[in-house]
Each structure stands twice: as structure tokens, then as C-alpha cells.
Write a protein that binds this ligand. Structure first.
Ligand SMILES: [Zn+2]
Length: 442
């Protein structure tokens, strides 16, 4: 009885505490993550001892945030180091003769600078542009506005799913029947803000450009655009932690699944983690996350009927154009074709603003990964032309995911040029023949 009484007393207090924490945790600006004096190191692992050392370091301490994992010698690795560990990091590098440099001395400086280019939430979608970064609500309102303005060719696709109840909003652009379709997936990793920005840039170009190449793409392909497939995570990067990557579903002590490790393609294999606190946590099971489930379902239902032959997954950074597989060194059956198409893309990018993008199979160009959307679309939905883009900046970028807003437009321009070149190459290789011709050939 006494115990029950004590419990009864505790309940209102507990509820009140939860109300405070739950109601304001992520929206209270004073709770926002800060990265004062956090450094970015870029190191070259030259010996097996150094590789093992970095592996131990990643497992032992969350004051070191690894971008990729230490795997083998002759590997460059980017590591974010918390200020209280800078002395330790310098000491380790000296003692173990690790070559490397500090790419950035204070991440918070970059975030502060970027703030002036972030338009406030609730912004009028009529004022949308590609000189600023926009909150989720504005991107969604801008999509709605486009559907209203171009109602004869543009259709809204609101997918009901995210842990926090935000929509995954997409659109379909179609000017005539009989086209094959291109699926563009953006914003699966929350902090990669350039991805949704380029996504809306590309859609806007397809709707308004007077250039014949772009008009040809708008006319002769159907387009699915999903600018923010991880809406909860994207929101969280604006409200609470600029460097958040995963979705926001709680798993015990930690939160968030890396949605690009959660697809049902070699799930939780190489390059994914089963630790919920890791940045590349694969989830509780294959397609455990509602965001993954609705995307998989939508693609399964539409890949054949809408003739989706091309899939672009847009990320940053590293300047890469990659095709499957991510989880095995086995070559895909149309490896040569995808190599050619990817190279046409990087050539087009080079011609636009001189940026160097490397193209190749995912496992050869970046690092092994499993459960990613592009491998899944390629293997499970028979989408033969499937690419992951890592947009600006370069692999040794000093800005990482915090790409200055003035680079949105040029990044959009070169990506559009890549799309033009890649779809042209794939068309020449026979990937987009009409349904009738394909049937005839069979
Ligand atoms: Zn990414």
C-alpha cells in the first residue's frame, strides 16, 4: 500500500517531466547541438597497425565521429574530433606516425555562417529559390504550388509514412503516355542539404527550362521526384542537430536508422552496423522503418506499370557517380553499360563548371555498403539504370555536408547536364525502347 502511494505521488511528477522533455526537446533552440572547436581530420592509413588503431578508436569513443570506417591500408579517412580529444588525437598521430591534416578547426563557424542562408520556417513558397536552404514545410508547400501551377502535367504523391507523422511528398511529371520513367530520390540522409535543394532545382528546370536538351527530357520521360524521403531527420537538422543523418525512430538509448542501410538488399551485411547508436545503423530488421516500407511498396507497385527504368539517389559529398553493387565486388550484368553512362555523366559535369566527379561501381569508388536503395531498386525492381550521386564537395572537402548556399545553383546546373548526358547515353544503349519495340524484340 505504501509503495502504491509513493508510486501515485511519482506519476504526476513523471508525466510533467516527460511533458517538458518531449514537448520541447528538439524545438527549443537552446538545446541545439553545437560544434564549437570540433575539428575535421583527414588521415592516411599506411600500416595495418594504424588501421587497427583507428578501428579501436571508433569503437571506444563517441568523441570521434568517423565518416566511413577504417578497413585497410592505403585508405584516406575523415574523422570529426570533439575539442576535449584534440590533444589525444595529436598524440596518437605522432606516436603511431599517422600522416594527415586538419581540414577544419571549428565546425560551428561553418554552421553559423550557413545560418544566414537558411530561410525561416513558414516561408512563402512563392519566394522559393536556389540561393537559400529551406525547411521541410516550405519544400512541401513549394511542391504543392508547382502542382497547382502545372496541374495538367504534374501530380502530387503524398506517401503517408514517417515515424513522426511527416509526409514523404513526391510528384510525378508526365507530358505524354508511353514514356519510361526516372525516379529521383533525395534527402535520405538528413544532413546532406544539397540533395533536396538540387532535387527541387532539377524539377523546376524540367518545368520551366527553354533549353532543347532539358525540354527533351521533360517531354520524353516521366519523372518521379521525392525531394525529402527522410522528413523527420531533415527537420531535425534544422531544429536540433545540423549533422544528423538517420531517421528519428528511437531504439533504446539511441535514435535513428540509416534508411540507406535499411532496404531489403543484403540487409545488415558489409558496411552497415547493428548498433543503434552508430551512424550507419541498419535498423531492427530489413525494411523495419516506415519510410523504407512506403518507398519499397511504391516502387514495387510502380516499377513495371510506370516503366521506371532509371533510378537516381542523390547524396553528398565526395563527387561520385556510382552504380551497383555496394555490397559485393561481383560485377552487375550490365557493368560496361553503366560504366559508360556514368562516365558520360562525369564528362558533362566537368564541361559545366570544371568539377571532377569519379564514376564507377559503388564498392570500388566509395566504401562497401549494404541495404541501400539503389542496389535494391536494381535487384528487386529490375531498374537497369541505377545510380547514386555524391554531389559537391570533393572527398577532402573542408565543408563536408555544409555546402555554401551559393553553390546550390552551380551544383544543380552540372547535375542537370549529367542527367541529360546519362539519359542520352542510356537511350543510345537501348534501355528506353518503347514497350512495343521491346515486345517485338522478345
Ligand atoms: Zn548520403
Amino acid at each position: 500500500m505504501r509503495l502504491l502511494n509513493r508510486l501515485m505521488l511519482l506519476i504526476p511528477v513523471t508525466i510533467a517531466l516527460f511533458a517538458i522533455v518531449d514537448g520541447h526537446a528538439s524545438s527549443d533552440p537552446s538545446n541545439k547541438a553545437r560544434y564549437d572547436r570540433f575539428r575535421i581530420y583527414r588521415v592516411l592509413l599506411e600500416t595495418e597497425e594504424q588501421v587497427q588503431l583507428m578501428q579501436q578508436l571508433e569503437n571506444r569513443s563517441d568523441s570521434y565521429t568517423f565518416m566511413g570506417h577504417a578497413r585497410h591500408t592505403n585508405q584516406n579517412l575523415t574523422i570529426m574530433v570533439a575539442p576535449q580529444k584534440i590533444a589525444e588525437m595529436s598524440d596518437l598521430m605522432e606516436r603511431f606516425h599517422i600522416r594527415g591534416s586538419v581540414l577544419l578547426h571549428n565546425i560551428q563557424d561553418l554552421i553559423d555562417k550557413e545560418d544566414s542562408t537558411v530561410m525561416p520556417s513558414g516561408n512563402d513558397p512563392e519566394h522559393f529559390d536556389w540561393q537559400h536552404y529551406f525547411h521541410l514545410d516550405t519544400i512541401h508547400k513549394w511542391l504543392d504550388l508547382q502542382v497547382t501551377k502545372h496541374s495538367s502535367i504534374l501530380q502530387s504523391i503524398p506517401l503517408q509514412a514517417s515515424y513522426e507523422g511527416n509526409l514523404i511528398k513526391g510528384v510525378k511529371l508526365s507530358k505524354k503516355s508511353g514514356n519510361t520513367a526516372v525516379f529521383v530520390e533525395c534527402g535520405i540522409h538528413a544532413r546532406e542539404w544539397i540533395s533536396p535543394a538540387v532535387c527541387t532545382y532539377l524539377l523546376n528546370q524540367l518545368l520551366t527550362s527553354t533549353t532543347s536538351d532539358v525540354q527533351d527530357l521533360a517531354e520524353n520521360f516521366d519523372w518521379f521526384f521525392f525531394p525529402v524521403v527522410n522528413p523527420d531527420g531533415y527537420k531535425y537538422t534544422f531544429e536540433a542537430d545540423r549533422l544528423w543523418r538517420k531517421n528519428r525512430k528511437p531504439y533504446g538509448l539511441c535514435r535513428g536508422v540509416d534508411l540507406n542501410r535499411n532496404f531489403e538488399s543484403d540487409w545488415n551485411g558489409i558496411g552497415a552496423s547493428s548498433d543503434p547508436c552508430a551512424y550507419d545503423f541498419a535498423g531492427g530488421s530489413a525494411a523495419s522503418e516506415s519510410e523504407t516500407q512506403v518507398l519499397q511498396k511504391f516502387l514495387k507497385e510502380n516499377a513495371q506499370s510506370s516503366r521506371i527504368k532509371t533510378y537516381f539517389s542523390m547524396h553528398s559529398f565526395s563527387q561520385l557517380i556510382m552504380f551497383p553493387y555496394g555490397y559485393t565486388a561481383d560485377k552487375v550484368q550490365n557493368y560496361e553499360d553503366l560504366q559508360t553512362i556514368g562516365e558520360r555523366g562525369s564528362e558533362a559535369i566537368r564541361r559545366t563548371h570544371g568539377k571532377e566527379y569519379v564514376s564507377g561501381a559503388m564498392i570500388e569508388t566509395i566504401y562497401p555498403s549494404s541495404g541501400d536503395s539503389v542496389d535494391w531498386a536494381y535487384s528487386e525492381c529490375d531498374v537497369p539504370v541505377a545510380f547514386t550521386f555524391e554531389l559537391r564537395g570533393p572527398p577532402d572537402s573542408t565543408k563536408m555536408f555544409i555546402l555554401p548556399a551559393e553553390e546550390i545553383e552551380p551544383t544543380g546546373e552540372e547535375t542537370l547536364a549529367a542527367y541529360v548526358a546519362m539519359l542520352k547515353a542510356a537511350r543510345e544503349l537501348g534501355y528506353y525502347e518503347s514497350a512495343e519495340t521491346q515486345k517485338g524484340e522478345l
